[in-house]
Ligand binder design. Structure first.
Ligand code: C2E
Ligand code: CA
Ligand code: CA
Length: 561
C-alpha cells in the first residue's frame, strides 16, 4: 500500500479511536448515572407511597372504630366522637358523614361542608371503601376523601389534606430538582410537588423561570400501592442528576482524554514509522532498484583511464538516489547484501559488456562483503555471469575490505585463489584502516592494494613524506602489487602519489561515481583514444561532436593530465 495512504488511514483510525475513550466514558457514565438515579427515585417513590398508605390506613382505622354497621344518625354523641378522633389523629382534617352529593354533614369541625369534587370516587378492593380527590373551600385545602359506605347514600368519611399526603421534601439527594405526585389509580392527581410549586409557596409573587431541562430528558418512576387505589409518580431531569456527578466526570473525562491521547499518539507514531529497512531492501532487490554507479580509476603514471570501481546506489521509485551509507549496514546485517551484490554484478555485466569488449585494457573493481568469503557461491556467480560475456574475467577485480575481519582466513584464501584462477584480480580495500595489515597481504595473496582516503587526506601541499602512505606503497610494491589511491581530491595529492610511484587513483579530482550512461560516454570519449594511442596524451582532444556531459569534466581533467 502507498505509504502516504497508509499514514493517512492510520491517522484517521488513530483520530477515531482517540475519541472513543471519551465517548465510551461518557456513554457508560450517563448510563450508570441514569440507572443510579432511577433506582434512587424509585426508592423515594416507595417511601412516599408508604407514607400515603400509612395515612390512608390511619383514616380507615379511625372510621372502623365508629359504629359503621348501621345507618348512623347525626347525634351529638357521634359528633363528639368524630371530634375526639379528629383531634387525636392530626393527619385527618375532618371526619363526618357524607352523602352521595359529597356533602360532609355532621362534620367534626364545621357542620356542613360541601367539597369541590376533583375526581370520581374510586373504589378499592373492598367495595365499601371509596377514594376521591376533593377540594375544601373553607380550609382551602386539596386532599383525599376516604369514605366508608355504611348505608344507602351515607358514608363515614375522613378528609386527609394534601400536606399530610406528601412529605415536605423528597427523600433523595437531588430533592430540590425533583417532582412527585400522589395520584389515584385512575390518574387523578391528589397532590403534587415540584420545584415550581415549592418556589411559589415560598415566594408567591416572584416570577418562576421553568427549568428547560424539564422538557428534555426526564427520569421517572411510578410506585403503585397494592393496598389502595393510589400511586406515586416521581421524576427528575436527567441533566440535574448528571450535574451532581460533574466533579467525578471531570476526573473521568480527564482520564479518558489521557487514554485517548495515548491512543492517538500511538497511531501517529505508527503512521510516521518507516517500514522495517530490511523489508524495503528486499522489495528494492525484487524491483531491481539497486543499480551500479561507476567511479573512473586513472592510471596516474600514464594518464590513461584504467577502468572503474563499481559502487552501489539505491534508485528509489521517486527517482532519488541513495548512497550505500544509508542502507549497506542493514543489507549486511540481514543477509540481503548477497542477493544485492548478485543483482549488481548482473547489471555491471549488462552495462559494460559491449564497451569492455571493445576496450580490453579497462578493468572494473567490484566490492565484496566479508560474507562472500564464507563459501564458493560468489565464484559460481562470477563464472555464471561473466562466463559468456564481453567483460572478460581478467577485466574484473574484486575488493575485500580490511575494515571488517574475515572469519576464516584459510577459507578466504581458497576462494581468492579460485577467483584468481579465473584470471580476475583481488584487491585489499581500505588498506591500513583495519584488521588485516601485513598478515592479510601475505596470507591472502592479494594483487592490488587500495590506500584508503583517510591516508590520502593526510597528504598536505608541499609535504615531502607521508609515512603511512609511503610505507604502504613501498611494502605493496615490494610484494609486486599494484597500488591504487582512493579519494584523491587535490592536485598536490595527485602529484605526491605519482611521485612515490602509486600506479592508479580515483577521486573527485577526476570524477565521482557516474551513472552507467555517463561512464560509457567517458569510455567513448577517452577510453577509445586510450585504446588507439595506448595513452591519453596531454594534448588529446575529445571527438568534435562530443557534448558537454558529466563526463566532459572528467575528459578535461584526464586530458589535461
Ligand atoms: P569504498 O569501497 O572505499 O568506496 C569509495 C567511496 O569513496 C565511495 O563512496 C566513493 O563514492 C567515495 N569517494 C570516491 N572518491 C572520493 C573523493 O574524492 N572524496 C570523497 N569524499 N569520497 C570519494 P560510496 O559510493 O558512498 O561507498 C561507500 C562505501 O560503501 C564503499 O567504500 C564501500 O565500502 C561500500 N560499498 C559501495 N558500494 C558497494 C558494493 O557494491 N558492495 C560492497 N560490498 N560495498 C559497497
Ligand atoms: Ca572499494
Ligand atoms: Ca575504499
Amino acid at each position: 500500500m502507498n505509504r502516504r495512504l497508509r499514514s493517512a488511514i492510520l491517522l484517521i483510525i488513530g483520530g477515531v479511536l482517540g475519541i472513543v475513550p471519551v465517548l465510551a466514558a461518557n456513554l457508560f457514565m450517563r448510563d450508570f448515572v441514569r440507572s443510579q438515579a432511577e433506582e434512587r427515585l424509585s426508592l423515594a417513590a416507595d417511601r412516599l407511597l408508604l407514607n400515603v398508605e400509612q395515612v390512608v390506613q390511619e383514616s380507615i382505622d379511625v372510621i372502623s372504630l365508629l359504629p359503621h354497621r348501621s345507618r348512623p344518625s347525626c347525634t351529638a354523641s357521634i359528633r363528639k366522637q368524630f371530634h375526639l378522633l379528629q383531634i387525636r389523629h392530626h393527619v385527618l382534617h375532618d371526619i363526618g358523614l357524607l352523602n352521595d352529593d359529597r356533602e360532609l354533614y355532621c362534620s367534626s369541625l364545621r357542620g356542613e361542608v360541601k367539597f369541590q369534587v376533583r375526581s370520581k370516587p374510586v373504589t378499592s378492593q373492598v367495595d365499601h371503601l371509596s377514594f376521591q380527590s376533593v377540594y375544601d373551600d373553607i380550609s382551602r385545602k386539596q386532599g383525599l376523601l376516604v369514605a366508608w359506605r355504611v348505608a344507602e347514600n351515607v358514608s363515614i368519611a375522613a378528609f386527609i389534606p394534601d400536606d399530610h399526603l406528601i412529605l415536605n421534601s423528597m427523600p433523595i439527594e437531588y430533592a430540590s430538582a425533583s417532582s412527585a405526585s400522589v395520584m389515584l389509580a385512575t390518574g387523578s392527581v391528589l397532590v403534587e410537588t415540584s420545584p415550581e410549586i415549592r418556589y411559589r409557596k415560598k415566594s408567591p409573587f416572584a416570577v418562576f423561570d421553568p427549568d428547560p431541562a424539564w422538557t428534555r430528558d426526564l427520569i421517572k418512576t411510578i410506585a403503585r400501592s397494592s393496598r389502595y387505589p393510589v400511586m406515586i409518580w416521581a421524576g427528575v431531569p436527567f441533566e440535574t442528576v448528571w450535574m451532581t456527578f460533574s466533579g467525578a466526570m471531570d476526573l473521568i473525562n480527564g482520564l479518558a482524554i489521557l487514554i485517548g491521547a495515548m491512543i492517538m499518539f500511538f497511531f501517529v507514531r505508527l503512521s510516521v514509522k518507516k517500514e522495517p529497512p530490511s523489508y524495503s531492501i528486499e522489495e528494492g532487490i525484487k524491483k531491481r532498484e539497486f543499480i551500479p554507479y561507476y567511479q573512473p580509476v586513472i592510471d596516474i603514471q600514464t594518464g590513461r583511464l584504467a577502468g572503474c570501481e563499481v559502487l552501489v546506489r539505491w534508485r528509489k521509485p521517486d527517482g532519488s538516489i541513495l548512497s550505500p551509507g544509508s542502507f549497506i549496514d542493514t543489507a549486511e546485517a540481514t543477509g540481503l547484501a548477497m542477493p544485492m551484490t548478485t543483482l549488481l554484478i548482473e547489471q555491471v555485466e549488462e552495462d559494460l559488456s559491449e564497451a569492455y569488449a571493445a576496450h580490453p585494457q579497462l578493468k572494473a573493481g567490484i566490492n565484496l562483503f566479508n560474507r562472500h568469503f564464507d563459501d564458493l557461491g560468489i565464484v559460481g556467480d562470477i563464472e555464471r555471469i561473466f562466463g559468456n560475456s564481453g567483460v572478460r574475467f581478467n577485466q574484473l577485480m574484486f575488493e575485500v575490505t580490511e575494515r571488517q575481519p574475515l572469519d576464516n582466513l584459510d577459507r578466504a584464501r581458497a576462494i581468492i585463489a579460485r577467483i584468481q584462477a579465473l584470471g580476475s584480480k583481488v584487491a585489499l580495500d581500505d588498506a591500513g584502516t583495519g584488521h588485516g595489515g601485513f598478515a592479510y597481504l601475505q596470507k591472502l595473496g592479494m594483487d592490488v592494494i587500495k590506500i584508503d582516503k583517510l591516508f590520502v587526506d593526510s597528504i598536505e601541499p608541499g609535504v615531502e613524506m607521508v609515512p603511512i602512505v609511503d610505507s604502504l606503497t613501498n611494502m605493496a610494491m615490494g610484494m609486486g602489487m599494484t597500488v591504487v589511491a582512493e579519494g584523491v581530491e587535490t592536485e598536490p595529492q595527485l602529484d605526491y602519489l605519482r611521485s612515490i610511484g602509486v600506479h592508479q587513483a580515483q577521486g573527485y579530482l577526476f570524477a565521482p561515481a557516474l551513472p552507467a550512461k555517463a561512464y560509457l560516454e567517458l569510455i567513448d570519449a577517452i577510453g577509445g583514444m586510450a585504446g588507439k594511442d595506448d595513452k591519453v596524451s596531454g594534448d588529446a582532444q575529445g571527438p568534435e561532436d562530443y557534448r558537454a556531459t558529466q563526463s566532459d569534466q572528467m575528459v578535461q581533467s584526464v586530458a589535461n593530465f
